[in-house]
Design a protein around this ligand. Structure first.
Ligand code: NAD
Length: 500
């Protein structure tokens, strides 16, 4: 008999890998070739959700009482295990999500950065002290963990986004339940398996598989104290409301419509690869993906930027994530592909002009792959569906602006506020941009301005519901609560006079 494991789609409940016994079973197929089944994942039943929450709750007192340097030591071991299993995790990401291997490796590397950041937890949990706030009275603060925390990531970074959550949550002394995205659920579970192997006591980390209902059941469970969510804005808002209505702390990061503004003085040859990487890397399935190109200048300059961009996009090569000559990966599954194609058709119906149409793209050797070619629209206006909504695929809208002022107004008009990038050689323009753009993560001559582990990752407006971004200082703050102690000891008052 084959044992249940993370890779077979099992749940980790109370330290044991068990198959789900819920109502729904999902077949995960390789996005590059949907005839290849990666796993069949049966979701957890309500009783299994309850059992995982109870196990995490039972594990909490001993884990929170474990000194933070000892918790950090487990993280150091996890880091070593993840490094040793790096290729396997990256290849699993390729198999279930479709990314190019280089993209998958990059995403695991960024996750590792956060594990390394969390290894420094003892110094991040230091409170503040002020002696003699009054004569003989001292005040100091301590940070304490919350209890059971649930992490609900999206499909697009099945390893990296769980690593935004889990290492810091656990390092802070919480117990953690991961509910991976149902469209790509194995890599996150594999990380939990490695973390458990690093020496975490039973119940400190758990995996529960499932979709919306399982997520909602976890959020509502009495033992759960906080919810860390990343996904689309509509779901982020509903998770935020549900968690808040149950009195839970919640951070819910949502979708995006990221503008890339190219000023007339931009170094075009060096900017184009960054623009292409931003829009078409990971097949546009990235919350920092550029999806609107704003070409600034007179008509001739706008055309020069757009033509160079279209030409470079035309040269992308669709293929399997393990094919190192491929430069554009498939989207995650047939449903996502059909949703993207419908959005493109709607753009055409609403009057936008296709400069590049990726709807018919095929890879002859992979007829069952979920491929969408690079797609670029001109003649777009703000009311069109393709401008209002996040498409989350390799689809770009082009806007034209006369100057930086107009470009900033266009970028600020979207209801999202994840990231915006500016391409320019001008310091003053960059400074104006920095001051006036309404978004949380800005890039200057960079298409994917992802904050490193020691900064926090967070958008504005409809790209986030809640007050905390993920990882960095926000991560520590989200996964802890503060206590301020005001203290005096009778008989130890500082003498008023004659004391040095
Ligand atoms: P999604 O919103 O469909 O699902 C995200 C997760 O929520 C999944 O695990 C899903 O099972 C779960 N879920 C769905 N309904 C739920 C509910 N009612 N209660 C609890 N959980 C529920 O998103 P997706 O399609 O997996 O991922 C793509 C989206 O994620 C895009 O919109 C993208 O912009 C966004 N994203 C945002 C960031 C960010 O940092 N802001 C990062 C990556 C992806």
């Amino acid at each position: 008999m084959i044992a249940n494991t993370a890779s077979s789609g099992a749940n980790l409940i109370g330290g044991v890998w068990v198959d789900g016994d819920g109502a729904t079973t999902r077949r995960l197929c390789n996005p590059a070739d949907t005839t290849k089944v990666v796993a069949s994942v049966r979701e957890a039943s309500p009783a299994q959700v309850g059992a995982a929450c109870a196990a995490a709750h039972a594990a909490f007192p001993a884990w929170r009482a474990t000194p933070s340097p000892d918790r950090a030591r487990v993280l150091f071991r996890f880091r070593e295990l993840l490094e040793a299993n790096f290729d396997g995790v990256a290849e699993l990401v390729v198999r279930e999500n479709g990314k190019l291997l280089s993209e998958a490796r990059g995403s695991v590397r960024r996750g590792l950065d956060i594990v390394e950041y969390a290894c420094g937890i003892p110094s991040m949990l230091m409170g503040k002290t002020l002696s003699d706030i009054s004569r003989g009275v001292d005040s100091y603060s301590v940070l304490e963990p919350l209890g059971v925390v649930v992490g609900i990531p999206p499909f697009n970074f099945p390893a990296m986004i769980p690593l935004w959550m889990m290492p810091i949550a656990v390092a802070c002394g919480n117990t953690f339940i991961l509910k991976p995205a149902e469209k790509a659920s194995l890599a996150g579970a594999r990380l939990v398996e490695l973390f458990a192997q690093a020496g975490l006591p039973t119940g400190v980390v758990s995996v529960i598989h499932g979709g919306k209902e399982v997520g909602e059941r976890l959020i509502a469970n009495e033992h759960v104290k906080a919810v860390s969510f990343v996904g689309s804005s509509a779901v982020a808002e509903s998770v935020y409301r549900l968690a808040a209505s149950h009195g839970k702390r919640v951070q819910a990061l949502g979708g995006a419509k990221n503008h890339l503004i190219v000023l007339p003085d931009a170094d075009l040859p060096r900017s184009i690869p960054a623009l292409i990487g931003s829009c078409f890397g990971c097949a546009g399935q990235r919350c920092l993906a550029g999806s609107v190109l704003v070409a600034v200048g007179d008509r001739a300059r706008q055309d020069a930027v757009i033509n160079a961009f279209v030409q470079a996009a035309r040269e992308l090569k669709l293929g399997h994530g393990m094919d190192d000559t491929a430069t554009l990966c498939p989207v995650v599954n047939p449903e996502q592909k059909s949703r993207i194609l419908q959005s493109v058709t709607r753009g055409v119906e609403e009057g936008a002009k296709l400069l590049l149409d990726g709807r018919g793209a095929i890879v002859p050797a992979l007829p069952n792959g979920c491929f969408v070619g690079p797609t670029i629209f001109d003649n777009v206006n703000a009311d069109m569906f393709i401008m209002r909504e996040e498409i989350f695929g390799p689809v770009v809208c082009v806007l034209r602006a006369n100057d930086l002022d107009e470009a900033i107004t266009l970028a600020n008009r979207t209801r999202y506020g994840n990231s915006v990038s500016l391409f320019t050689q001008s310091g003053p323009a960059a400074r104006t941009f920095r001051e006036r753009i309404q978004a949380g993560m800005l890039g200057i001559n960079l298409g994917v301005p992802a904050p490193m582990a020691s900064f926090s990752f967070s958008g504005w407006k409809a790209s986030i519901f809640g007050d905390h971004g993920t990882h960095g200082p926000d991560g520590v703050s989200f996964y802890t609560k503060k206590k301020v102690i005001t203290e005096r000891w009778f008989g130890a008052e500082t003498p008023k006079e004659g004391w040095v």
